[in-house]
Design a protein around this ligand. Sequence first.
Ligand code: COA
Length: 275
Amino acid sequence: MGEKAYQAVKVEKEDGITWVILNRPEKRNAMNPTLNREMVEILGELAVDDETAVLVLTGAGEAFSAGMDLKEFFRDVDHDPAARFRARQDAHRWQVHLLRHFPKPTIAMVNGWCFGGAFTPLVSCDFAIAAEDATFGLSEVNWGIIPGGYVTKDLTLVMSFRDVMYYVVTGKTFDGRKAAELKVVNEAVPRQELRARVVALANDLKKLNPFTVRACKEAVRATWTMSLEEAFEYLSAKQDQLRFVDPERGREKALHQFLDEKSFRSGLEPYRRSE
Ligand code: COA
């Protein structure tokens, strides 16, 4: 699918890393219905694409994304319920369902402006690394709405109550360094190091057993909002399921290398997958 041309998104593949680039730089990558429709298709295809081991979501030009498109996603469909339904459905489908349940690790590379609706795909990615000088903001209050869709709820999952309240109600912006402090992103790095840092993380992820990585990320997401008892039951079942579906038989291999061969220390490194 690498060759396929899209209007609002670019897909580039290199060494197992697939770069999905929101590509409306002249509109600061605001997410319009075309972009949302294309993202549904792209994520559906990449989920089962053998060349994609890690997915990176980023934006072209100076923005990660300026949020939902104020014209095409909001005003243009205000009086067209069918178009509004379709627009919302596509947006939520890729930003939440497809991205959150993507079977391989996902990294948001926040290269610049990140506003409003852009927080949903950001939180939906498993990891996020920002440029120190990227600008984040919950700007909805500035134009007379609340952060809707999943945004307010998503923020409460990653940030503290006080911080969510402050930034949602005031609309004040914060930079990449602050985003790392608030835990909206894992870390912030100087702009010139951003891509290399993302590639380094992706390469670390590529070395691990993909079945285990998938089960780990699913376990973190699924138990996020579960009760203690539900989480215990879920994790017990998930653990057994992983042993059943892992063609590498990673657990057995690792136990053999640690207990019999004494050839690796599982606390410090992954088991050798090549054997
Ligand atoms: N929806 C639709 N169009 C948008 C947009 C959005 N969310 N964000 C930017 N654009 C468009 C602008 O209308 C402008 O289009 P034009 O060239 O046809 O006039 C173009 O992108 C460039 O925007 P501009 O404001 O000139 O760029 P800037 O670099 O000076 O500022 C931002 C960048 C992101 C600070 C500013 O565009 C902005 O505040 N955008 C809205 C952010 C927002 O409130 N998002 C929440 C949506 S839920």
